[in-house]
Design a protein around this ligand. Structure first.
Ligand code: NAP
Length: 282
């Protein structure tokens, strides 16, 4: 029987745990605080930010969104981040991407103090991740690991194929799968014969952004399928994996929506609490 990896349920359970954690911090007079920097008006980003604001409120995290006009200079933005880095009441900082073209995104991300890097995009944290020496990892990756843990899906010794090599999902996930002793292959747009790789994989994670890229004849019997893709087609949200086709061939599969998506925002909040605790413990 195929297990549906219900991200919504796992996210709800995690939310309850985080609410408890915030109460513990409050008893120590700590109010975990996340600052979000939003530049310009991007409707897609706004929807995501609203979800973050609502969840932070539910969990008890103080979330402050600083909105700047899209004409803000790079220097002004950097100065603001430095000010937040220095403020002991600020536990986590994140900059909503994409930024306007005149701003150097890499420079902005690198300005955030690594110990306040809520998104886990800072080059220091990305490097430490490959050394297996940090708890700070991108939220979607944390969410995928939480889902696998909840359903007790151990990747050790398994062949894992990750499709997509982005810095926010594919590459950091590869580091975490390696940390968990999987044998990892990363595929991308220049990969030849993707099906040859996925057909041998015990676990496939797709982070491409192409509706129904992965078909039934491309997966192995009893594979675990994790779909990060979110594609809008004919007014519907669908994943990279053809869910209907692959369902009964897989041993476990994430739906879209309701799989990885709900775990991303709650994992960001979890990371803010980890940052706050690290800061208290020095
Ligand atoms: P991205 O940075 O554009 O990365 C996409 C990756 O897919 C690239 O590495 C690209 O290869 C690879 N690719 C493109 N076409 C391919 C093909 N035909 N075969 C194999 N690989 C191919 O995208 P992203 O920001 O990671 O987002 C990808 C999708 O995930 C989007 O649908 C996005 O909405 C979704 N997403 C969801 C969540 C969530 O919380 N659920 C979080 C993040 C992203 P190259 O490197 O060679 O270009």
């Amino acid at each position: 029987m195929t297990t549906i990896l219900d991200g919504k349920n796992v996210a709800n359970q995690l939310t309850t745990k985080l609410q408890e954690k915030v109460k513990e911090l409050n008893l120590k007079n700590i109010i975990p605080t996340l600052y979000v920097i939003e530049v310009g008006e991007d409707p897609a980003s706004r929807i995501y930010l609203k979800a973050k604001e609502n969840l932070a409120k539910r969990i008890g995290i103080k979330e402050v969104t600083l909105k700047f006009s899209e004409n803000i200079s790079q220097k002004e933005l950097i100065d603001k981040i430095i000010e937040l880095n220095r403020d002991p009441k600020v536990n986590g900082i994140m900059v909503q991407l994409p930024l306007p073209k005149h701003i150097d995104t890499e420079k902005i991300v690198a300005t955030i103090a690594p110990e306040k890097d809520a998104d886990g995009f800072h080059p220091y944290n990305q490097g430490r991740m490959w050394q297996s020496k940090t708890q700070i990892i991108p939220a979607t990756v944390r969410g995928i690991l939480a889902l696998l843990d909840y359903y007790q899906l151990d990747v050790s010794g398994k062949d894992a194929v990750i499709i997509g090599r982005s810095l926010i999902v594919g590459k950091p996930l590869a580091s975490q799968f390696l940390r968990r002793d999987a044998t990892v292959t990363i595929a991308h747009s220049k990969t030849k014969n993707l099906a040859d790789l996925t057909n041998r994989a015990d676990i496939v994670v797709s982070d491409v952004g192409q509706a129904h890229l992965l078909k039934r004849d491309m997966i192995k019997e009893n594979a675990v399928l994790i779909d990060v893709g979110m594609n809008r087609k004919n007014g519907h949200l669908m994943g990279d994996i053809d869910y209907q086709e692959c369902f009964d061939k897989a041993s476990a599969i994430t739906p879209v929506p309701g799989g990885v998506g709900p775990l991303t925002v709650v994992s960001l909040m979890q990371q803010v609490l980890i940052l706050a605790e690290n800061q208290i413990n020095g």
